[in-house]
Design a protein around this ligand. Structure first.
Ligand SMILES: Cc1ncc(COP(=O)(O)O)c(C=O)c1O
Length: 424
């Protein structure tokens, strides 16, 4: 049977962004396993034994407690499991001197779902027929923002300013405030910090500026902290969390070892939280309880903070240091390659200026030498402009073993030298 789909049906049943090439990656890995591919495309966090043990311990406690039946066998509040909400409020109030209460917090089935609520509640068509834009202040950005807008034309992103350190072969993106338009037509603002794919951490001043531009129009600013402190704390330099009237601080427990349980957290003004909560009630009644109940335990005991700082952060910090050292050693200095400063998250982002082939061709060439990365073009959701830079980057996941990362960087260095040489 050929399904007769609505406009939204067509839109939501086609894969966008990186998910569109996930098929090629899975097929490659399945059909040529013997060739021992080094897979540097993964977005799944590494299963670290101490992290797994923490969740096992919390689960054992839950199973042994009288709370179990209430958690698993009953419906609950559409706002989330009250003991998790209270654990987060207490933790954030103590840690950051806030005065959050339960009405400031919403739990969602994963943070991807939270962004779906946010962009569709605040972006898209108003009842007057006006289009409210969903603004990503700069590209590149998390590819998952691409498929979540029911009115995709609402998604707008801006070219960044580039701060290039030619000698060090490093660079950094900044929002280009001379270009960024936040107006009465803006519905909401969204960005990741630390950023997937680049590892960039926007500065406090940059965030204050964005929030100040948005405030006169009552525009909410959603800061996606999927990799930020206090957990999973995959930030390699200090960063201060930003709160404020129009800022919604968003978190995920996926990178602290619970991607399978789907837990997202929104912290912000109760009026905004209420809107998101109603969206959630209509969509799925409530987020599942089990993961929330074990997360409440891990937060209250302090285990989640300890594991984040002492296990998860050092793991990825060592990986990026290793990758940086290897690239510096292997790729000749006279080639125009630039690594984004690795400030956080689980990825390295490489830009090859004036790359003679496209990022997709580079992806194919790397596949031929047994290395799988992600072509950069998928990380520019909402950026309409024709910008050659979009086709000159790759994302490298830091989830492989040290040995695999080193071998892959050696092969990458060889391939990239050939690519530049061929066109000279
Ligand atoms: C920046 C960013 N935001 C959000 C998500 C979605 O996370 P989840 O839905 O598992 O909470 C991801 C997943 O990789 C991500 O990288």
């Amino acid at each position: 049977m050929i399904p007769n789909l609505s406009k939204i049906g067509v839109q939501m049943s086609s894969l966008t962004g990186v998910k569109a090439i996930a098929k090629d990656i899975i097929e490659t890995l399945q059909t040529k396993q013997k060739q021992d591919f080094i897979n540097l495309s993964a977005g799944n966090p590494v299963l670290l034994p101490k992290v797994e043990q923490m969740w096992r311990d919390c689960t054992a406690e839950l199973l042994a407690s009288s709370e179990y039946g209430e958690v698993v066998c009953r419906y609950g509040s559409s706002q989330g499991y009250i003991l998790l909400i209270q654990a987060i409020a207490n933790d954030f109030n103590r840690r950051y001197g806030l005065s959050l209460n339960e009405s400031n917090i919403l739990i969602t089935p994963g943070s991807q779902m939270l962004y779906f609520y946010a962009v569709n509640a605040f972006g898209g068509y108003t009842s007057n027929g006006d289009l409210k834009q969903i603004v990503l202040p700069m590209s590149p950005e998390y590819t998952g923002y691409d498929g979540i807008c029911l009115a995709p034309e609402a998604l707008i992103s801006y070219k960044p300013a580039l701060d290039i350190d030619t000698k060090a072969h490093r660079f950094k993106y900044h929002p280009d405030f001379s270009n960024l338009a936040i107006t009465a037509n803006t519905g909401c603002i969204l960005f990741s910090r630390p950023c997937n794919p680049t590892g960039n951490i926007l500065s406090n001043d940059e965030i204050k500026k964005i929030a100040a531009l948005a405030k006169p129009y009552n525009i909410p600013v959603f800061i996606d902290s999927a990799y930020g402190p206090p957990f999973p704390a995959i930030n390699f330099r200090d960063m201060t969390l930003m709160f404020g009237e129009n800022i919604v601080h968003c978190m995920s427990l996926s990178k602290v070892g619970l991607p399978g349980e789907r837990i997202g957290i929104a912290i912000g003004d109760s009026k905004i939280i209420q809107v998101l909560q109603s969206f959630q009630t209509n969509l799925c009644l409530q987020p599942p309880h089990y993961g929330q109940a074990i997360a409440a335990r891990a937060i209250n005991s302090g285990a989640i903070e300890y594991i984040s700082k002492e296990v998860i952060r050092p793991f990825y910090k060592n990986k990026i240091s290793l990758l940086e050292a290897k690239l510096d050693q292997e790729i000749p200095k006279d080639l125009p390659w630039f690594l984004h400063w690795g400030e956080g998250a689980m990825f390295a982002w490489l830009w090859f200026n004036n790359l003679p082939i496209s990022d997709l061709d580079l992806y194919q060439k790397l596949k031929q030498v047994g290395v799988i990365v992600v072509a950069g073009r998928f990380f520019f959701p909402g950026l309409q402009e024709n910008w050659s830079h979009k086709h000159q980057c790759i994302r490298i996941s830091l989830t492989a073993s040290d040995e695999q990362i080193e071998t892959a960087m050696e092969r990458l260095a060889e391939v990239i030298q050939q690519v530049y040489k061929q066109t000279q």
